[in-house]
Design a protein around this ligand. Structure first.
Ligand code: SF4
Ligand code: SF4
Length: 71
């Protein structure tokens, strides 16, 4: 089963919690700024297949910016 996440860039406040708690190290802080001036979190392209869809990132995100998809 493949899984991936999307991150709503305008909700992200760059707190880093999703990165800290992702067991697959699948999220990074990017060099893209959102309209509020935060560097937004981004799903890593390369280890995409390793995302298990555990949804830990979505649960810990205080700004409800992450959605998890499984296929
Ligand atoms: S769903 Fe789980 S494995 Fe996938 S990015 Fe989020 S915390 Fe990491
Ligand atoms: S937990 Fe949410 S607000 Fe914090 S860096 Fe991740 S996506 Fe952004």
């Amino acid at each position: 089963m493949k899984a991936y996440i999307t991150i709503d860039q305008e909700r992200c406040k760059s707190c880093g919690l999703c990165i800290e708690f992702c067991p697959k190290d699948a999220i990074v802080i990017s060099d893209k700024l959102n309209l509020k001036g935060y560097f937004v979190a981004e799903f890593k392209e390369k280890p995409q297949a390793e995302c298990t869809g555990c949804a830990t990132c979505a649960i810990v995100c205080p700004d409800v910016a992450i959605e998890v998809y499984k296929s």
